[in-house]
Design a protein around this ligand. Structure first.
Ligand code: PRP
Ligand code: URA
Length: 209
């Protein structure tokens, strides 16, 4: 079964409140999404393997740890996931970036794919799929399935706000995928928006609507 990590660090919770506030404009919204993504990148990379190398400090020779060269990839679900890429890359700058384009049909609420471009060696990479919102879970499940169909086997999913329904859906469809989330909110409303949530993440990031 998926592990679900709720990242309730005070800095993350404070910044999330800024995002929820309807008076926060796009410029600040983008900046804060990036800041939270940096904090989440710190946690999602906690299990990266290390290896020992020999180095020389100004005082003596010693053995010290470095990352064991694990290949990483960040995969935003377009469009709102784009807002989380810069923050992730701040901590893991060598990661490759793939893109999965999906939108949720407002009538059926089903995800519709319009783009998919991933690193060629996706089967060798640990992939971090990012999207600020996990509502019904339809988009996340479809994106994860596309990525698996291209050969990926090592996937984590990182989002800012999830509905309990979305968590359940991803856990059931992809029990091998761990979920990192800043808040699990109360519920979905009749339009499958997260309550209390932050509204439409894509519109708030890019100033559309
Ligand atoms: C939003 C969000 C997720 C999806 C979540 O994207 O960024 O991808 O909805 O909803 P779900 O869990 O019910 O699938 P949206 O479809 O609004 O597209 P956008 O990012 O292009 O605005
Ligand atoms: N997508 C969003 O952007 N917000 C929600 O609350 C649900 C889906």
């Amino acid at each position: 079964m998926s592990n679900v990590f709720v990242m309730d660090h005070p800095l993350i919770q404070h910044k999330l409140t800024l995002l929820r506030d309807k008076n926060t404009g796009s410029k600040e919204f983008r900046e804060v999404v990036k800041e939270i993504s940096i904090l989440m990148a710190y946690e999602v990379t906690r299990s990266l393997p290390l290896e020992e190398v020999e180095i020389e400090t100004p005082v003596c020779k010693t053995k010290a740890k470095v990352l064991a060269g694990r290949k990483l990839g960040v995969v935003p679900i377009l469009r709102a996931g784009l807002g989380m890429v810069d923050g992730m890359l701040s901590l893991i700058p060598a990661a490759k970036v793939g893109h999965v384009g999906l939108y949720r049909d407002p009538e059926t609420l089903e995800p519709v794919e319009y783009y998919c471009k991933l690193p060629a060696d996706v089967h060798e990479r640990e992939l971090i799929v990012v999207d600020p919102m996990l509502a019904t879970g339809g988009s996340a499940n479809a994106a994860i399935q596309f990525i698996k169909d291209k050969g990926a086997t090592n996937i984590k999913f990182v989002c800012l706000i999830a509905a309990p329904e979305g968590i359940k859906a991803v856990c059931e469809a992809h029990p091998d995928v761990d979920i990192y989330v800043a808040s699990i909110d109360e519920k979905l409303n009749e339009h499958a928006y997260i309550i209390p949530g932050l509204g439409d993440a894509g519109d708030r990031l890019f100033g559309t609507k």
